[in-house]
Design a protein around this ligand. Structure first.
Ligand code: HGY
Ligand code: MN
Ligand code: MN
Length: 427
């Protein structure tokens, strides 16, 4: 059943029914939420800003208080380590991210980092020694809001992107990711990926409505849907809004509207799991309602858990762009800037999560993640699984994001026992 984790007097820790301290976890999340708090009750802690540094520094100080040693790699990923009996065993790790969306919530990412810290605090209080070391990780730039693509810290760690590419990514002001890492003091010495992990778990709010609707406190996450990001440029022709006949126009806004409608239909055609999200990044010439738009820039995010459907959405996007360009007599350029294929998590780790939820008596259900997470990339280099808890109304990437203390407690207890299951050195 559960791994033979012994406490310092040699008794199996499981028999002591270890439970986390939910009040301490809640207090830590609320203290972190005070950093770059917004008026509507959320957070704006963009990656590698001074606010992100403040959150990172607080996490590092808490890890030091818990007797952990922190290392930082060249992507700014922070690894806080708790020793185990066997220093050579691959660590059982957990973690998530502290950076937020521009109008983000208090729990997205933060819960996963601080739930990992709470696991360590609980084991310290109980004097439990694990076989393998434990690590709690804070990944860099998971949100992809300031620097695209998303999850770039864990992606470089897993070898999906090179370090130079990642360091060269720029934000809207032209600042580079590498420069900002150095500026905030988190350009660490360790080579990304030069740090083996044994098994990995990530606790996260679901960011969707399923668990709340089903009345389950725990989601056993079996995988993550695929995601593709595109930049689309539409080039028409500026002309006078008065004398130019409708049929003579090369209106980039009308072409954008047509394309957006088609992309939305493509997602709907792929059943309940199809997702397309389009944002208008730029429309030129700006500030002039009586000049026909010559240029529109769109950002597009498409998703699906099924590989074939995921690829059909890509082909459908390219077809819709080509046909709209011809129909509206404009140029449309499609630039795919990121693709993260659908992921299936390690059956052993998923089973450890499911057994922990059953052991603890929490209602639980298998599910696929609609949102991307660092575990997508970590699963390329270590057996990985995730644990979801509900969030209020399924709302996330919104300042009103909220989660129930009892659900956060349930997810963290499952994380504790799933990690112990993998960290116990039998015998
Ligand atoms: O885009 C995502 O799904 C994640 O929030 N970065
Ligand atoms: Mn997240
Ligand atoms: Mn997010």
């Amino acid at each position: 059943m559960m791994g033979a984790v012994r406490n310092r007097n040699g008794k199996p820790a499981m028999s002591q029914g270890l439970q986390i301290d939910a009040d301490r976890l809640w207090r830590s999340i609320m203290e972190m939420a005070r950093i770059a708090a917004t008026e509507k009750g959320g957070n704006r802690r963009l990656a590698l800003t001074d606010d992100d540094r403040e959150g990172r520094d607080l996490f590092v100080s808490w890890c030091g208080d818990a007797g952990m040693t922190c290392t930082v790699d060249k992507m700014g990923n922070i690894f806080a380590r708790r020793p185990g009996r066997d220093p050579d065993a691959g660590p059982v790790s957990t973690g998530s991210h502290l950076d937020t969306q521009p109008t983000g919530g208090k729990f997205d990412g933060v819960y996963g980092v601080l739930a990992g810290l709470e696991v360590v605090r609980t084991l310290n209080d109980a004097g439990v020694e694990t076989g393998a070391p434990l690590e709690v990780i804070c990944w860099t730039n998971e949100e992809g809001a300031r620097f695209s693509p998303a999850m770039i810290g864990s992606a470089v760690f897993a070898g999906a992107f090179g370090l130079d590419y990642a360091h060269g990514r720029t934000d809207a002001e032209g600042k580079t990711l590498g420069g900002e890492l150095a500026r905030i003091g988190y350009l660490g010495p360790e080579e990304p990926g030069g740090h083996a992990l044994g098994h990995h778990f990530e606790a996260h709010i679901e960011q969707g409505p399923i668990l709340e609707a089903e009345g389950k406190p725990v989601g056993v996450v079996t995988g993550v849907q695929g995601v593709r990001w595109y930049d689309i440029g539409i080039r028409g022709m500026e002309a006078h809004a008065g004398p130019t006949p409708m049929e003579a126009r090369k209106d980039a806004v009308v072409a954008a509207a047509e394309l957006i409608r088609r992309l939305d239909d493509n997602a709907l055609d792929e059943g309940p799991h199809g997702r397309t999200t389009v944002k208008i990044a730029r429309c030129a010439p700006e500030g002039s309602r009586n000049t026909i738009a010559g240029e529109v820039a769109l950002t597009v995010d498409i998703r699906h858990p099924d590989r074939d459907a995921f690829d059909r959405l890509d082909a459908g996007l390219r077809r819709a762009a080509a046909e709209t360009a011809e129909l509206r007599k404009v140029g449309i350029g499609v630039d795919e800037i990121w693709v993260s294929p659908p992921v299936v998590f390690d059956a052993g780790c998923v089973d450890a999560v499911r057994r922990a939820a059953a052991l603890l008596g929490y209602g639980h259900m298998d599910m696929v993640s609609g949102a991307g997470h660092d575990s997508v990339y970590v699963s390329r280099v270590a057996p990985t699984a995730m644990i979801f808890v509900p969030c209020e109304g399924g709302v996330s990437h919104n300042e009103i994001e909220n989660a129930a203390r009892d659900d956060l407690e349930a997810g963290c207890n499952v994380l504790l026992h799933a990690m112990l299951d993998r960290a116990g050195a039998p015998g």
